[in-house]
Design a protein around this ligand. Structure first.
Ligand SMILES: NC(=O)c1ccc[n+]([C@@H]2O[C@H](COP(=O)([O-])OP(=O)(O)OC[C@H]3O[C@@H](n4cnc5c(N)ncnc54)[C@H](O)[C@@H]3O)[C@@H](O)[C@H]2O)c1
Length: 374
């Protein structure tokens, strides 16, 4: 029966709205369906029952070879078992990632390929990390539109068709110069001026609409800029912060593409992936909202430099401002207001600037030593 409901929903998704409405009425009526061992009364409940409660949670991560996917997969594999978390991307993985757990090819622009993966692997959670980030997107708008909007539609459709819990990260880039910037509340004017930001607002709105219309278990966190020691950022505006650490340890000099007083919200990757898992584990009925801001710290390049100089006093940072990325940063929040996440599902960050600096320096040094020893 579950399969029938899912197939009907899937068919309705791709068919005209008249058919879609009649399928919805049939499912909502409870005819047929009440005879099942489960009790269904509508789209929302059907979705809840197939989202992993009682069953083994099986996770697919798209765009998993970027800055965040590998770290998230490590955490989720500890939680659900190595073989229950599949990383996917359109690129070939490095051997340590290939050897670490299931990895498959998945192009989010190919709906059939996505559907096949979800069905063959009995996926219950879909974590959608594929994206073209802010700076890369401004230089290739057609690609950003295709991946961030067309690809995202495939994700929404496959998740709705198969009753998945779907997580899509949004960003501080979903706000713009007309949003209140210090701090930026959860609900406010969102008029971003990048294709990346526009596509993320689109994702937030479409996801919430599918939740309201079809009961899709859509979840979204607006991440700040994320810092990680062992994975490189993929072309965003906050990348300078990770680059500064590597340069500090390698040459002792960094040329920063943002002005020294540009304050942006930031977070260490461990907090980011833990927030994602904790948010995904909240029972669907306990979530009053579907899109949340999460915040940890905010700093400028100057403040980050000063904190690193406490350990590496000879570090020199010069400034050669890139007008494209400076203009993007000037329209983004200086800090995020995240009291709803703290109240509704207990979000709490662990890393402030001093802990971040100590951890990043220690891990990058350790990574360099291991690479030299090999
Ligand atoms: N890293 C950050 O600081 C940050 C901040 C806010 C939000 N986010 C969001 O988090 C998510 C992950 O970010 P990230 O930094 O790991 O991104 P990234 O740019 O490092 O990685 C994105 C991945 O998507 C893959 N990809 C591109 N086209 C694809 C396609 N057609 N099909 C499948 N995969 C494709 C790329 O190969 C790449 O590995 C993104 O949605 C991003 O918008 C990241």
């Amino acid at each position: 029966m579950m399969l029938l409901v899912q197939m009907m929903r899937g068919t309705a998704m791709h068919a005209g709205s008249r058919w879609s409405r009649s399928v919805e009425r049939l499912i909502s009526s409870g005819r047929d369906i009440n005879s099942s061992a489960h009790h269904f009364s509508g789209f929302g409940e059907a979705c809840t029952l197939s989202c992993g409660h009682g069953d083994q949670t099986k996770v697919l991560i798209t765009g998993g070879l970027g800055q965040l996917g590998i770290g998230l997969a490590k955490l989720l594999r500890r939680r659900f078992g190595k073989n229950n978390v599949i990383l996917s991307d359109i690129r070939k993985p490095p051997s340590h990632v290939y050897d670490d757990g299931p990895f498959i090819f998945s192009d989010i622009l190919d709906f059939k390929n996505l559907r096949e993966i979800v069905v063959n692997n009995n996926i219950s959670w879909l974590i959608h990390y594929s994206a073209v980030l802010s700076a890369v997107g401004e230089n290739n708008i057609a690609l950003a539109k295709e991946v961030n909007i067309t690809g995202f539609h495939n994700i929404l459709d496959v998740a709705t068709e198969h009753g998945l819990r779907v997580f899509v990260p949004s960003t501080i880039g979903a706000f713009g110069p007309s949003s209140p910037r210090d701090p930026t509340p959860e609900l406010c004017v969102q008029r971003p001026q990048t294709i990346y930001g526009v596509s993320k607002v689109h994702a937030e709105l479409m996801g919430e609409y599918y939740h309201h219309r079809y009961g899709l278990d859509f979840r979204c966190l607006r991440y700040p800029g994320i810092l990680s020691a062992d994975s490189q950022p993929g072309g965003g505006t906050t990348d300078y912060a990770v680059q500064l650490f590597h340069a500090a340890l390698k040459t002792g000099h960094f040329e920063c593409y943002l002005r020294g007083d540009t304050q942006l919200p930031m977070m260490y990757i461990d907090d980011c992936v833990r927030a994602t898992l904790e948010f995904l584990e909240v029972p669907t009925d306990s979530l009053p909202s579907r899109t949340y801001n999460i915040n940890a710290m905010a700093f400028t390049p100057q403040e980050l430099t000063q904190e690193i100089q406490k350990v590496l006093p000879d570090l020199k940072v010069t400034y050669n401002v890139d007008p494209l990325r400076q203009a993007i940063a000037d329209g983004w929040p200086k800090a995020l207001e995240d009291s709803s996440a703290r109240r509704d599902w207990g979000w709490k960050h662990e890393y402030n600037l001093p802990e971040l600096v100590q951890t990043m320096l220690a891990l990058i040094t350790q990574g360099k030593q291991m690479a030299e020893a090999c």
